[in-house]
Design a protein around this ligand. Structure first.
Ligand code: SF4
Ligand code: SF4
Length: 240
C-alpha cells in the first residue's frame, strides 16, 4: 500500500502478534539502545517504572486449553497525537518530515500533560536523575541523550538510527534503502515479529505487507491515526 510524499518518510512498524512469543528481547534491546533508566523495585511499586516498550499478556481459553498471547505496546507515533496539543512548550510536536511524534527534551518543563493525554500510556516521566551502576555506565549509547529529572520521554522509533542511516546514505550519494534503518527492538526480535520501514517507499517490506487482512490498530476509534499496524490470525483475539 505505498503512499506517496516526495518530501519525507512515513516510518511504520508492523507487529505480528502471531509471531510474538513474549520473550521481552525487544524491551531489553530498547533499554540498551536508548539509555532507558532501570527503576528500583521500590520505584516500580510506586508506579514509576520506565520501559519504552511493554509486553501486555493475555490468556485465551479455559484451563487446560489455555493459550498465552502477547501485545508489544510502545508509542504509536500517532498522526493525530493527543499528546501534542496539550504541551505548553511544544516539547511534544509532530515532525512532518518524518511523520513522527517528537519529544524535545530541553523544552520539556515536566507538566506531564502529554502523559495524561496519551491513551496508550507509553510516555514516562523521569522522577529522579538516572544512574547506572558500574559497569553499566560504560555501555551508554553516545548517540542518545540521557534524560534528566523532570523530563518526559518515550519511544522515538530509534530516531538516532534513522538520522545515522540518512547521513550514511547522503555520504554515499544515494537514497535511503529499505532495511537501512532497523530500530533496536526489531533488530533484536528473534521471531521477526517486528517489521519496520517507510510506507512512502513502494519497495519497502511494510508497503508490500500492507494492507493485510489480519491488520488492526490499537484504539483506532479514537482517531489518533497510529503508525503501528498489528497483525493477528483468526484464532488470536487480543486487541478486540
Ligand atoms: S502513542 Fe501516545 S505518546 Fe505516542 S504519539 Fe500517540 S499520544 Fe503521543
Ligand atoms: S522480541 Fe519479538 S517475540 Fe520477543 S516480545 Fe518483543 S516482539 Fe515479541
Amino acid at each position: 500500500m505505498a503512499e506517496t510524499n516526495e518530501h519525507g518518510h512515513k516510518w511504520t512498524m508492523i507487529v505480528d502478534l502471531d509471531k510474538c512469543n513474549g520473550c521481552n528481547a525487544c524491551v531489553v534491546a530498547c533499554h540498551a539502545e536508548n539509555n532507558v533508566p532501570i527503576a528500583s523495585e521500590e520505584e516500580v511499586i510506586r508506579g514509576r517504572g520506565n520501559h519504552w516498550i511493554r509486553i501486555e499478556r493475555y490468556w485465551e481459553g479455559e484451563y487446560p486449553d489455555v493459550q498465552a498471547r502477547f501485545i508489544p505496546v510502545f508509542c504509536q507515533q500517532c498522526g493525530s497525537a493527543p499528546c501534542e496539543p496539550v504541551c505548553p512548550t511544544y516539547a511534544s510536536y509532530h515532525s512532518t518530515e518524518q511523520n513522527l511524534n517528537v519529544q524535545v527534551y530541553n523544552r520539556c518543563v515536566g507538566t506531564r500533560y502529554c502523559g495524561n493525554n496519551c491513551p496508550y500510556k507509553v510516555r514516562f516521566f523521569n522522577w529522579w536523575t538516572p544512574e547506572w551502576d558500574s559497569p553499566l555506565n560504560e555501555q551508554l549509547n553516545p548517540d542518545v541523550t540521557v534524560r534528566s529529572a523532570g523530563v518526559m520521554e518515550k519511544c522515538t522509533f530509534c530516531i538516532q538510527r534513522i538520522r545515522r542511516a540518512e547521513n550514511d546514505a547522503t555520504a554515499d550519494g544515494r537514497e535511503l534503502r529499505d532495511g537501512d534503518v532497523q530500530p533496536a527492538c526489531a533488530q533484536a526480535c528473534p521471531s521477526r515479529a517486528l517489521v519496520f520501514g517507510d510506507l512512502y517507499d513502494p519497495e519497502s517490506q511494510v508497503s508490500e505487507r500492507l494492507p493485510a487482512e489480519r491488520q488492526f490498530k490499537l484504539l483506532e476509534n479514537l482517531g489518533t491515526e497510529p503508525a503501528v499496524y498489528y497483525l493477528k490470525g483468526e484464532d488470536t483475539h487480543v486487541g478486540e
